[in-house]
Design a binder for this molecule. Structure first.
Ligand code: C2O
Ligand code: CU
Ligand code: CU
Length: 498
């Protein structure tokens, strides 16, 4: 059967839930071979080893986007999106990416709280695009909504001022109607760091780690999405860090480093661990936590960020570096991640470095007060309906439909109820939320600590209770951050009234 034909064939799609049940009954059968390569649109990726992508190089630094303004408190620069061939596989022709300013990942934007940001953007792609400033509290009309496309050959300026208190690790990526997944996997994404002038961790050496997926076809080209990718969310043969495969980083014994980590993959839920070392979670999407939390692992859904403080211990018997531990997210057409993946290899520094202090208090986070209103948001899947497979409150995204009306300054409480079979990471634009509690198997559990987030994984069968406040009027998208699901319509709109 023609692989392309699969998604359009309602009859074939109706089989998927049945197949899924069969697989669930026999977990051992859930692998590529059992699914028959290509027969049901399943994976046909060439193996990583066959492609010859070099591994083990030094961790690439992320180049900064240069500020062209001489005015204090103003950051001004230009970004353009276009095709760019980059050498990737030795002895093979260069691989074509779509990139910001010719770089994959895109140039890093680094500014301070309170800065005014002016970005001149030019679209040299053959598709409409936008730049969405993921997680930043900025005006809706500057936020790269799908309603505001920049056409091929077109340009615009994005302009916004970053409020005090928003220091954190954000990112930017395209958000055009229906083409977000493709534009991101082709290479369009970059990080956006907002710094505070009173940063309690400024004394620590900092590493920035952008995790992204690369899926190549047998010719070394960036592969198109398969049917399995459209269903499950795309995963590739390579999980890259700053564009490199399993790069190496040196850490001294006793040395303490601050790591900012971005999950810029389309769909992977990463359960990060660093066995043999000390790991402290100190920040989430919207900046620092109130205090450090010693952890064994950190769950980072697609789109989310974490700030970690890592202390080099090199405990005997470990030695691996940064790992993604096995995690099952309910995929239907492709294999689950059942093994550890090494993201980054750590080399023991020759000279032991003094262990820098880690402050006991990082900042205050005020809990959001009692909500002015409550809403229920049900996530579901209808595999028998290829036009509307991924649903929010029974509906697929419609650019003409506003799903909810809210008010500036009002606290809202949302229950995100995932009645589907896959995990769906929930994201909302324009603000940060606080997760209060989660319900699994009928039991509510309070969240262990306060954090500002803009993405939270909602696993299959789970209900997540969160609160947020929107401080600016306008149209705000909320959606699943598996980009293929977003493109397929698992997205809604909140209109915030002045
Ligand atoms: Cu990072 Cu609406 O997306
Ligand atoms: Cu966003
Ligand atoms: Cu989803």
């Amino acid at each position: 059967m023609d692989r392309r034909g699969f998604i359009g064939a309602g009859a074939a799609l109706a089989l998927v839930p049945l197949l899924r049940q069969a697989w669930a009954a026999t977990p051992a059968a859930v692998d590529h071979a059992a699914m028959g390569h290509g027969a049901m649109g399943a994976e046909t990726m060439p193996a990583a080893a066959a492609l010859g992508l070099p591994a083990g190089l030094a961790l690439p630094a992320l180049p900064l986007l240069r500020n062209q303004s001489a005015l204090p408190g103003v950051f001004s620069a230009a970004l353009s999106a276009g095709a760019q061939a980059l050498p990737l596989l030795p002895g093979k022709p260069a691989t074509v990416f779509w990139s910001y300013n010719g770089q994959v990942p895109g140039p890093t934007i680094e500014v301070f709280e309170g800065d005014e940001v002016r970005l001149h953007f030019e679209n040299r792609l053959s598709q409409p695009t936008t730049i969405h400033w993921h997680g930043l509290p900025i005006p809706a009309e500057q936020d790269g909504n799908p309603q505001d496309p920049v056409l091929p050959g077109g340009s615009r300026e994005y302009r916004f001022t970053l409020p005090q208190g928003c220091a954190g690790s954000y990112w930017y990526h395209p958000h055009p109607h229906g083409h977000t997944a493709e534009q991101v996997y082709m290479g369009l994404a970059g990080v956006f760091v907002v710094k505070s002038r009173k940063d309690p961790l400024a004394h620590l050496p900092e590493q920035r780690l952008v995790l992204s997926d690369l899926k190549l076809d047998a010719d070394g080209k960036v592969a198109a999405n398969s049917d399995a990718d459209r269903m499950d969310g795309r995963e590739g043969q390579f999980l890259l860090v700053n564009g490199a495969w399993r790069p190496q980083l040196t850490l001294g014994v006793g040395e303490r480093q601050r790591w900012r980590v971005w999950n810029a993959s389309s769909a992977r839920v990463l359960k990060l661990a660093l066995p043999g070392h000390e790991l402290e979670l100190v920040g989430s999407d919207g900046g620092l936590l109130q205090r450090p939390h010693r952890v064994d692992s950190v769950l980072l859904p697609p789109g989310a960020r974490a700030e970690l403080v890592v202390t080099g211990r090199f405990a005997p018997g470990h030695g691996a570096g940064l790992l993604a531990l096995p995690y099952r997210r309910g995929k239907m057409m492709s294999a689950e991640q059942d093994v550890n993946l090494t993201l980054l290899e750590l080399r023991r520094g020759t000279v032991a470095k003094a262990t820098a202090q880690l402050p006991a208090r990082l900042r205050e986070i005020q809990p959001l007060g009692a909500p002015a209103l409550r809403r229920r948001v049900v996530l579901s899947e209808d595999m028998a309906n290829p036009q509307a497979m991924f649903l929010i409150n029974g509906k697929t995204f419609d650019m003409e439909r506003v799903d909810f009306h809210g008010k500036v300054g009002q606290v809202e409480e949302w229950d995100i109820d995932n009645q589907a079979d896959m995990d769906h990471p929930f994201h909302i634009h324009g603000t940060q939320f606080q997760v209060l509690a989660r319900r699994n198997n009928g039991v509510w559990r309070e969240e262990a600590f306060l954090a500002w987030r803009d993405v939270a994984n909602v696993s299959a069968g789970e209900t997540l209770r969160l609160r947020f406040r929107q401080d600016m009027p306008g149209l705000r998208m909320f959606h699943c951050h598996i980009l293929e699901h977003e493109d397929a319509g698992m997205m809604g709109m909140l209109r915030v009234q002045p």
